[in-house]
Write a protein of this length. Sequence first.
Length: 276
Amino acid sequence: MNVTDELIEMNGLRFHYRDWAPQRPGLPDLVLLHGYTGHARSWDALAARMTDRYRVLALDQRGHGETGWAPPDRYGTDDMVEDLRAFVAALRLRSFALLGLSMGGVVSFRYAGAQPAELSRLVIVDIAPRTESGGMQRIQTGARSNDRFSSREEAFSAARAANSIAPENELRHRVFNNLMRLADGQWTFRYDRALRDPAVPRVRLPEEIGWQSVARIQVPTLIVRGAQSDLLSPEIAQRMQGAIAGSQLVEVPNAGHSVPLDNPEGFASAVRAFLR
């Protein structure tokens, strides 16, 4: 598979992204945005399944993965939306599809709500303007738990304890590609610790503004929910479908909030059925 790792300067930061060449010239672009504390390499499995139809671009968002860290007060939704706009402009993307998971989904529907001419299709994964408090608490508690490990295996064991659904090979890939070695020899996850600070304005939009953005989306849209998600309820997913004219809603079985990780095959099948 022909994939390269690229760096680009945007909005005062150096961003990393992965670029999978399409199997034949002239195919359209697909941009992938990861979730909170995620990274571009977490999309490797999906990208491998999409290069027959798209050139695939996975961006490490600010403060995540191999992208630079921003000032602590510059991790809001609109900061990340501006990064996406800059990315689209820098790569001169035209008529591209956009897929965002969780935090990346918030960025995606906020961006799509501005009705950019370049956007052709949208996939929003397990997120909405309203989320379940239990799921948010789980994510926040997990992010603030111990994140210093004596070995990569210890880090994997912690991730496995938090997620019993994901296939082992996928979970190892996600964890091992999100670790960095500290000066004392320990391992930790590769994201800015300012993102863990509850005082830092991250990507959570006021609910009313979120619904306003969703209502303005005009491109064909797929909403994906993990059947076991504790963050996106069936009722809110259905409300979101009703708010986006002509949108589709799919539930992926055997998956919680981290749908692409928990059920890679089921997720890829749902995405491929929509992104023809």
